[in-house]
Design a protein around this ligand. Structure first.
Ligand SMILES: Cc1cc2nc3c(=O)[nH]c(=O)nc-3n(C[C@H](O)[C@H](O)[C@H](O)COP(=O)(O)O)c2cc1C
Length: 317
């Protein structure tokens, strides 16, 4: 197999409940170069033939399927079963949520490096696609050296590192100064990437090959556009992408999709005057038609008042 390398330098990180097909698609259109499915349990893959079809309904280039679990054999079989849908398979050894830790999965694997090693070896053995692993720098304290050594010796094809420990959950500042080029494996850095400057600094300081953006993309989905174009998109582009996102979600989840869309409203309207009132109104809207007209009305107000080519500087928003 040719040596794996992440297909780009800036991507959308996996986010359960957020990075579904619709959000992955809009982030890719804004410029994210690769993406991950939401995490999927290996057990559910083995029990349910449709679970991956639900999470990844269409073929997507450069998109990894992320699996979580604790049993080497089950993870290996699940990886084999879904590999035809995935550009590569990513193992979650980073999730700090209690429900996942209790099952010895996610970040719990960082406390049992023998098991982590066995899982990677089993997945590599069973699966023809590359196997990458998403980790934190440790469970309670920074043990990155030990973890990376184990992953490299087991033959992991790439490692995404969230620069926090599992007990930190999502608080505190993420660490970027990890000297990730030290290991002979492609790496990606994650944590606190909220602006183009953050992405640049994190890449430089961590010496990772790629940066994967999570909450920063939720806060500002066009962060990828800003990275590659060095300017904010136009109001029309933001409006049209919000509408497109809403349509994709409706396609996948039906009329009820507007509940899920609510988590993206703050991101799409951040920095626009009247955003707070709009968000409050949006939370009470029901039905796709009402949502579509509200989005059009909100953004068109700015086009009428400031002209067709109005571009809002969002780089510091
Ligand atoms: C809502 C949410 C869901 C997440 N789900 C996953 C997941 O399914 N798999 C995973 O590896 N990481 C998951 N993460 C972690 C992110 O991929 C990322 O590593 C973390 O949020 C740090 O980046 P940030 O500080 O830029 O948000 C999730 C994060 C958030 C906020």
């Amino acid at each position: 197999m040719e040596r794996f390398s992440y297909p780009g330098i800036v991507a959308l990180a996996p986010m359960a409940g957020v990075s579904d097909r619709s959000f992955r698609t809009v982030c890719r259109m804004w410029g994210a170069q690769f993406s991950f499915s939401e995490m999927i349990s290996a057990e559910s893959v083995l029990l349910d033939v449709d679970v991956v079809d639900k999470m990844l309904p269409f073929e997507e280039e450069n998109t990894a399927v992320q699996l979580y679990g604790s049993e080497p054999k089950k993870l290996a079989l699940a990886a084999r079963k879904v590999q035809h849908r995935a550009s590569w398979i990513d193992l979650n050894a980073a999730c700090p949520v209690k429900k996942v830790i209790k099952k010895n999965a996610g970040a719990a694997l960082l406390k049992d490096l023998e098991r982590l090693k066995d899982i990677v070896l089993a997945m590599k053995d069973e699966c023809e696609k590359p196997i990458t692993v998403k980790i934190r720098i440790g469970f309670e304290k920074n043990e990155l050296e030990k973890i990376m050594d184990v992953l490299v010796s087991a033959g992991a094809d790439g490692v995404e590192v969230h620069g926090r420990t599992a007990v930190q959950m999502y608080s505190g500042k993420a660490q970027w100064d990890l000297n990730l080029e030290k290991w002979n494996v492609p790496t990606a850095i994650s944590g606190d990437l909220y602006s183009v400057e953050d992405i640049r600094r994190a890449l430089e300081v961590s010496k990772a090959q790629a940066a994967i953006v999570a909450r920063g993309a939720l806060r500002k989905p066009w962060i990828f556009y800003e990275f590659f174009h060095a300017k904010a998109p136009s109001i029309e582009q933001i409006r049209d992408m919000f509408l497109f996102h809403a349509r994709l979600l409706k396609e996948d989840e039906g009329e009820k999709s507007f509940y899920k869309l609510r988590q993206f409203v703050a991101g799409y309207t951040h920095g626009f005057s009247g955003a707070r009132e709009f968000r409050e109104r949006f939370m009470k809207l029901e039905g796709f038609d009402a949502i579509e007209s509200a989005i059009l009305e909100f953004f068109n107000r700015f086009l009428i008042s400031v002209g067709e080519n109005a571009v809002r500087d969002t780089t510091n928003v």
